[in-house]
Write a protein that binds this ligand. Sequence first.
Ligand code: CP
Length: 320
Amino acid sequence: MNKFFSVADVDDLSKVVQDALALKASPYDNKALGENRTLGLVFLNPSLRTRMSTQKAAMNLGMNVMVMNMDKDGWALETQDGIVMNGNTVEHIREAAAVMGEYCDILGLRSFPSLKDKEADYTEDLFNKFVKFCGVPVVSLESATRHPLQSLTDLITITEHKKVEKPKVVLAWAPHVKALPQAVPNSFAEWMCKAQEQGLVDFTIAHPMGYDLCEDFTRGATISDDLEESLKGADFVYVKNWSSYQEYGEVYPVAQNWMMDNDKLKLTNDAKIMHCLPVRRDLELSSEILDGPNSLVIKEASNRVWAAQVVLKRMLENLK
Ligand code: CP
């Protein structure tokens, strides 16, 4: 594996999940693999889980880790070519990425979308330039359109906690006060659609009108604007807010109450409730659910380590 950016970078979903669970059972078996190898984690945006879990995964594999908070500690990056850099940007991504590639065997990059320029965001302009210029394998720590380490974690968590062979999984839009990217729901949908193709899950997306995700990520899913109908028989409910894709980055008022709570939980098959975190309590998801027996959010966050570790292990095995 030379790049981990989307579900397309994994050839066998069941195998990667089983490999991750094997690492969870024996985290330190591959300490020698990462000896004298360096992982660089580059953040253009904030993070708690991705930063700490990926660091821990790398340390479990014996790697050295360097973290660069470009948004706070780095020079302001220019990403466009053909620009006379006489403004606020100080360093071009061509040099910055190439230099980081000199210091590291594997790089991770977090770069959120602008939510203003749909074309630049959805062509993954910044992420692709970073991959092109750094010259080493790259793990996405969440890009403009996807969060693959989160989605792999979510599949691992569903596999661990499912009580039926083919659980019903519902991605349910939730309210928020800010315009959030579509990266997490896009990515979750992409992974669940592939899992559905392989007979692993039955996948539904529920969102209010105006919040359709880009169909490149949702082909094969059942899509509905009726939350209560969608929740019937659900084994897992994945709660997440996102802003509009069509009216890019817009937030429409939604009259109906879309927050997942115990009343809505009663409609499900005693569903386990998931969220990537951070979560706004009693806005996106009720405290009674978060503090109750159906919440998987902490176990899900814990599994971030094994998703990162299986990806880094595959990349290390591929290094010359
Ligand atoms: N879920 C997730 O990626 O969390 P962070 O943004 O804190 O890394």
